[in-house]
Ligand binder design. Structure first.
Ligand SMILES: CC(C)(COP(=O)(O)OP(=O)(O)OC[C@H]1O[C@@H](n2cnc3c(N)ncnc32)[C@H](O)[C@@H]1OP(=O)(O)O)[C@@H](O)C(=O)NCCC(=O)NCCS
Length: 185
């Protein structure tokens, strides 16, 4: 068992203690581990492949996130040494919440359960830490992501009008109360 909070809701340097693991899914094996600065080029490539040239995050965004290991946890999924997806959370101390900042799986590996796998790992780890909630935003038009999050126990908690820079699309805010021990697959 890991941490628990101190009186100031501060996490000790615990997010860095996520342990690498091997996972078998439908006959394929994958490695799940923390992202490192050396992965950034691959993470940028994944963003470009997923968002077809309109990647929301650039190299500097990943660098900034990975420079804050006390309050950020980024996981990558690897297949044969190649990073094929990632997801990250930011710890929001005031709300005792883990906020999903970004998640993407390379197109050829989508719809094979990897998004489910990586979110479930982040949910399990956050529960072990004693965090109260996990939250996220999704584009209102991203129905498949919203369906996936709902299946994983997230509920809609609000709408942020015109949230996204550029096209001003609305964001759907979602939250998962982590008190339940149930893991949804
Ligand atoms: C959203 C995203 C991260 C989900 O990752 P994923 O690996 O495709 O997710 P999963 O495979 O776990 O689940 C997605 C779908 O596959 C299905 N699925 C889940 N496990 C499966 C399995 N073992 N075999 C086949 N299908 C499966 C689910 O039913 C789900 O279908 P649905 O959305 O029609 O209900 C990925 O699609 C992605 O990178 N999208 C582009 C970026 C993006 O939209 N990010 C989210 C921003 S909020």
């Amino acid at each position: 068992m890991f941490l628990k909070f101190n009186r100031n809701n501060k996490l000790p340097n615990i997010l860095s203690q996520f342990e690498q693991k091997s996972v078998d899914l439908k006959g394929f094996s994958f490695q799940l581990r923390r992202a490192h600065v050396a992965d950034i080029d691959m993470l940028v490539n994944i963003e470009e492949a997923v968002y077809a040239g309109t990647a929301p995050w650039l190299l500097r965004d990943f660098l900034s996130e990975l420079s804050r290991p006390n309050v950020r946890l980024y996981l990558v999924v690897e297949r044969n040494g190649q990073v094929i997806g990632f997801a990250g959370v930011a710890y929001q101390r005031d709300q005792r919440d883990m906020h999903i900042t970004n998640i993407a799986i390379v197109p050829v590996w989508q719809n094979k359960g990897l998004g489910t796998l990586i979110i479930n790992e982040l949910l399990d780890f956050s529960r072990q830490l004693g965090v109260d909630t996990m939250s996220l935003e999704a584009r209102a038009s991203n129905r498949s992501a919203i369906v996936l999050y709902t299946r994983l126990g997230f509920q809609q908690s609000g709408i942020k009008k015109g949230y996204y820079i550029g096209d001003h699309e609305d964001a759907i805010s979602m939250v998962n109360n982590l008190d339940s021990k149930t893991r949804n697959n």
